[in-house]
Write a protein that binds this ligand. Structure first.
Ligand code: AMP
Ligand code: MG
Length: 412
């Protein structure tokens, strides 16, 4: 294993993800559906709202009976009753010249087509109301089926459910939904130098950082992290752990040991897993070059660099899109972007795409923020903690001058 077998570009690495397909669907209750991705279209089977409802407290009327009225020439209507909240309005019928007291959300009686706000009425006696502002048909009313009608496609397959989507599902009485299974992601940190984060490292050792940050990244991206802890740099142990993990995980994330050193076993371990196919070893990005991608059927195996910043960058560029793809979202980064202006010169080497950690500094209301690089070795954590996102610099660029426009990928 003398060298990376072939350095590929980010585009080529992303294209490797096309072979993976969305995970099967499962049915979950609404309470567990936030952030999940629909596996099938949602089609309404009912009217929503189920009946025409008032949006104001006031009087349900025939709009035509209020036409032309004003402060000086009020329309006098006979109060034919009241529709208490939660009671059906359809039991009353509104004859011409009649009004019915109604509350916000109440069901309009048949023949009523508008509601006059109580502010524009005066009750003259218990059965006579004066209206001094006209209403148009449909005013202050949500009509039956105005939200949706039977057969309407409310939400499409591939849509990630948001709080308002759950609201409409509840409104339609759809209390379970079919969503893509969340990818189970096994996370294994490798290295003889690592101890669990809850231990005090003896001299020469350090705490395992990647297990914590990768689990959080997986969770944020919609996956289920399965923590496997630490494995020493030992081929047999690594292979046994990986094989066991693949029995019930969709994705395996190893960090450390992905390079070409004497003690870097990830490539050999992946190659030795029956049925696994190596897809990439080495991506021409910085940080993150020692990246390994392998596949076993629809399962993916990633060897991430051990350096914490490198592992995070590779996660955002390739693992996050794959998690989205597994969930039926397509192979997009899914990171928000923001237009910025560089606050200082950002040099970069030709021949590899660079992902510069930057922090953003707000400026005037209508000005894009300044992006300021937070430099630091990729083994350092503090630059990442101070950064708001990554500024990609092209493979063929020598860097960016100060004061030029650029796009930053924001950390989620
Ligand atoms: P490697 O990719 O195994 O050569 O590791 C590169 C660097 O990342 C070394 O300094 C490791 O000690 C460090 N490293 C590897 N894994 C972790 C981890 N889980 N947490 C913190 N640092 C790590
Ligand atoms: Mg190592």
């Amino acid at each position: 294993m003398e060298d990376f077998f072939k350095l590929i570009s980010t585009g080529e690495c992303t294209a490797l993800l096309d072979r993976f397909t969305p995970l099967a669907s499962e049915t979950v209750p609404l309470a567990a559906a936030l952030g999940r991705v629909l596996a099938a279209d949602i089609v309404a089977r009912e009217l929503l709202p189920p009946f025409s409802r008032s949006t104001m407290d006031g009087y349900a009327v025939r709009a035509a009976n209020t036409f032309g009225c004003s402060e000086s020439e009020v329309a006098l209507l006979t109060v034919a009753g009241e529709i208490a909240m939660g009671e059906p309005g359809r039991t009353l019928s509104l004859a011409p010249g009649q009004a019915v007291r109604i509350w916000t959300g109440g069901e309009l009686p048949p023949k009523a087509d508008a509601v006059v706000m109580v502010e524009y009425t005066r009750l003259l006696d218990p059965t006579t109301v004066a209206v001094f502002r006209p209403v148009a048909p449909g005013e202050n009313v949500i009509r039956a089926g105005e939200d949706c009608r039977p057969g309407d496609r409310i939400l499409a397959a591939g849509h990630r459910l948001r709080p308002q989507d759950l609201g409409v599902l509840a409104g339609l009485g759809l209390t379970t939904v079919s969503v893509h299974r969340r990818p189970r992601v096994a996370i294994l940190s490798t290295g003889d130098e690592l101890v669990p984060a809850d231990q005090t490292p003896p001299p020469g050792k350090i705490r395992d950082i990647n297990s914590a940050s990768l689990a959080a990244l997986v969770e944020e991206a919609g996956g289920v992290p399965v923590a496997l802890g630490i494995c020493t740099d030992d081929f047999d142990r690594m292979q046994a752990t990986c094989t066991a993990a693949l029995a019930d995980c969709d994705l395996l994330l190893l960090s450390g040991g992905s390079s070409v050193g004497q003690r870097d076993f990830t490539l050999r371990v992946f190659a030795a897993i029956p049925g696994a196919e190596l897809l990439a070893h080495g991506v021409s990005i910085r940080p993150g070059k020692p990246t390994i991608v392998a596949a076993r059927a629809n399962q993916a195996l990633f060897g991430l660099p051990g350096h914490v910043a490198s592992a995070m960058v590779v996660f955002h560029l390739f693992v996050r899109p794959l998690l989205r793809r597994y969930q039926g979202l397509g192979t997009t980064l899914g990171l928000q972007t923001v237009r910025v202006v560089t606050g200082q010169q950002i040099p970069s080497a030709i021949g590899r795409e660079e992902y510069v950690r930057v922090r953003l500094e707000a400026r005037g209301a209508n000005e894009p923020p300044l992006a300021l690089p937070v430099y630091g070795k990729s083994g350092l954590l503090s630059p990442l903690v101070r950064a708001d996102g990554l500024l990609p610099v092209d493979r063929d660029s020598e860097g960016l001058d100060q004061g030029v426009e650029a796009t930053v990928l924001l950390f989620p």
